[in-house]
Design a protein around this ligand. Structure first.
Ligand code: PAF
Length: 291
């Protein structure tokens, strides 16, 4: 695996790879876990060469967020990527990504606005801008992202569609199913912040979400199911809870009634100081049969 940290080296290395086949890009912020490694494996299945990026993007962190504390483990991450058969690691410095005078931001309205967009102002503009840059820098045939960041995936797809990106074309931006710990907690680099007690309590998040989905799919009142989920999180020590929302899976418009099209249950809540997010699919609920 080759590691590059300047744009000039990146362009040469990408041109070289392209001569012998297609390229799949997996953008990451490092602190890699099994969820990221699953993305690398899926990327290998889709293209001849995998390019991974590791860049802790400052513009997607708010002023009081965890940019400084975000885990950085470059040597360990590089070894993991090498073992997965990644061909090229793009690890730019902040100055290489945002040189002096950098002045452009991509803002995607609509899907960016609710949920994490409401509780993390500016976050999705930071994500859309850096991902657009990564796409332009690598010009991959495919790009892969975890479905754990469901709203991020919707924002990136909207950005690619609206800006007529061809490499990757929006249909080659792939979401990969969330990888979970044995007890159901979604894997996240931020799980490393949890104390043993917080980690034990954190399992309430996927469990209470599953219970709410069962209730909604069985025809229970949506508001009641969401209130019970909210209460279960509070009892387990979560707080503040940013949102507990049932939304249309594509538009992310919140739903007050049982869904009649694919939907998603999305939650963001803090335990201790750590903000966890998760989302799960909710099947459309069939209307009552008419006699
Ligand atoms: O999901 C992430 O790790 C980041 O938001 C991404 C897509 C690499 C952009 O910085």
């Amino acid at each position: 695996m080759q590691t590059v940290s300047t744009l000039v080296e990146l362009r040469l290395a990408v041109d070289d790879l392209r001569k012998s086949g297609t390229i799949a890009l997996v953008p990451t912020m490092g602190a890699l876990h099994e969820g990221h490694l699953t993305l690398m494996r899926e990327a290998r299945a889709r293209a001849d060469h995998v390019v991974a990026s590791i860049f802790v993007n400052p513009t997607q962190f708010g002023p009081n967020e965890d940019l400084d504390a975000y885990p950085r483990r470059m040597a360990e991450d590089a070894a993991l990527l090498e073992a997965e058969g990644v061909a090229l690691l793009w690890a730019p410095t902040v100055d290489a990504m945002y040189p002096d005078g950098f002045a452009t931001t991509i803002s995607v309205s609509g899907v960016s606005e609710g949920l994490c967009g409401a509780s993390r102002p500016g976050h999705f503009a930071g994500v859309a801008t850096v991902v657009c840059k990564l796409f332009n820098q690598v010009r991959p045939d495919h790009a892969l992202f975890g479905e754990k960041d469901w709203q991020q995936l919707a924002v990136i797809r909207a950005m690619a569609r609206d800006l007529d990106l061809t490499l990757p074309h929006v249909s080659n931006i792939h979401g990969v199913t969330t990888v979970r710990e044995a007890d159901g907690l979604a894997m996240s680099s931020r799980n490393a912040y949890l104390s043993p007690d917080q980690r034990t309590a954190a399992v309430t998040l996927p469990r209470a979400m599953r219970a709410a989905i069962e209730d909604i799919e069985a025809g229970d009142d949506v508001a009641g199911a969401l209130m019970r989920l909210h209460a279960a999180l509070g009892e387990a020590g979560f707080g503040p809870i940013d949102y507990v929302t049932l939304a249309d899976a594509s538009s992310l418009v919140p739903l007050a009634q049982a869904p009649d099209a694919p939907a998603r249950l999305l939650v963001a809540a803090r335990i201790g100081g750590t903000r966890l997010i998760d989302n799960m699919p909710v099947s459309p609920v069939k209307g009552e049969e008419t006699q």
